[in-house]
Design a protein around this ligand. Structure first.
Ligand code: SF4
Ligand code: F3S
Length: 372
């Protein structure tokens, strides 16, 4: 792995006045996000402290800037500081102080040095030669090609950069595409979400610094630590689903009691993301926790699904590392039947998913445990 030298992360931490205790707390939190055992914390701490700060170039194309907001709103102060120290964000079109030629110079220098990480936010329009998104006279398409040519790796953040997002909604007038459709000569990792959860970006970068590679992924290039499990299998309302207790109307008694939102259109049964455990805003809450169904924002084309219609419970999109799921029911479900079936399918699929994730992580955990 090539790194553009920017001094070590340890130096940056000392300069920022981050105590050893705060730093180890950060490493423990990240190990938790990555679902790695506590025994790996010393290795993470050593790797992050000794790592040369990789240059990071953040490119923003067709989007709402929500993922940049997510980065800036990383709430835990020490974590946010450390993220900004671990990553030398040399170029970020939205938040960098320089503009015009000076800004472009930073980008050119990073590209010339090579070995940088490219984070892409927003989709890339390819219709009509890419004219629908141009920056400094160049199309997003050309800029992406230039920035990734000498890069070590690319991380696509948010649904737009991963799968096209809202700009790709039918009829997709700009022919908006995700990064993986356009970049194939360097590794591309997807961290979808609308917006991304910045904890998952932090976890990915720390993993990269610690192990020198990206974490294991599913067939959509999403890291398994964050997208290996179905929301429905970890949801705090799952007991109500299994009991056939469904919210029927916003504000009804079931809604007040925190019952399952399946019949209000919750997409948790077909969505893979770590929202129930990781949560948002310093772990305060998450969409289902705050009373609205999941809209499936980490899945391709989530915007095409009718928001308030229940998903077909047999509609699975599992990573291809999982065995095929047998379709068990084709008729519309009554609440109680949906609950019983959900329990049966959920337990089965949950067990398979857990086994697959454990298997994917097993080798790494074992070797970490023996090394530390
Ligand atoms: Fe939770 Fe939604 Fe599944 Fe109900 S359908 S248990 S609210 S994820
Ligand atoms: Fe998105 Fe659903 Fe999580 S809407 S933020 S994947 S709960």
């Amino acid at each position: 792995m090539r790194h553009h030298a920017h001094g070590s992360v340890a130096d940056a931490l000392v300069r920022r006045g981050v105590s050893r205790r705060e730093f180890l707390k950060f490493c423990t939190i990240v190990a938790g996000t990555l679902a790695l055992p506590p025994s790996v914390v010393p290795r993470i701490a050593k790797a992050v402290e000794e790592a040369k700060k990789p240059t990071l170039v953040w490119l923003e194309y067709q989007d709402c800037a929500g993922c940049s907001e997510s980065l800036l709103r990383a709430a835990r102060p020490t974590v946010a500081e450390i993220v900004l120290d671990v990553l030398s964000v040399d170029y970020h079109e939205t938040i960098m102080a320089p503009s015009g030629g000076q800004a472009e110079k930073s980008l050119e220098e990073a590209i010339a040095a090579g070995g940088h990480l490219v984070v892409v936010e927003g989709s890339i329009p390819v219709a009509d030669g890419g004219i629908y998104c141009t920056i400094g006279g160049k199309s997003a398409l050309d800029l992406l090609e230039e920035a990734t040519e000498t890069a070590a790796a690319v991380i696509a953040v948010g649904n737009c950069a991963c799968f096209g997002g809202i700009p790709a909604a039918v009829p997709n007038p700009t022919n908006a595409r995700g990064v993986r459709d356009l970049v194939s000569d360097v590794p591309v990792l997807n961290i979808p979400g609308c917006p991304l959860n910045v904890d998952n970006l932090t976890g990915t970068v720390v993993y990269y610094l610690t192990f020198g590679e990206f974490p294991a992924t599913d067939q959509l290039a999403r890291p398994l630590f964050a997208f290996g499990q179905r929301i429905h299998d970890n949801c705090e309302r799952r007991g109500h689903f299994d009991a056939g207790e469904f919210v029927q109307e916003w504000g009804d008694e079931g809604h007040r009691q925190g019952w399952c939102l399946y019949q209000m259109g919750c997409k948790g049964p077909v969505t893979f993301h770590n929202c129930p455990e990781q949560r948002w805003n310093e772990g305060v809450s998450w969409p289902v926790g705050s009373g609205h169904g999941c809209i499936g924002c980490s899945e391709p084309a989530f915007w095409e699904r009718p928001l308030y219609e229940p998903v077909a419970i047999h509609e699975f999109a599992p990573p291809d590392t999982y065995p095929p799921v047998v379709e068990v029911h084709r008729e519309p479900l009554e609440p109680l039947a949906a609950g019983a079936l959900g329990a049966a399918v959920g337990i089965g699929v949950g067990a398979v998913a857990t086994a697959a994730v454990a298997k994917a992580r097993g080798g790494k955990e074992d070797s970490d445990a023996s090394e530390s």
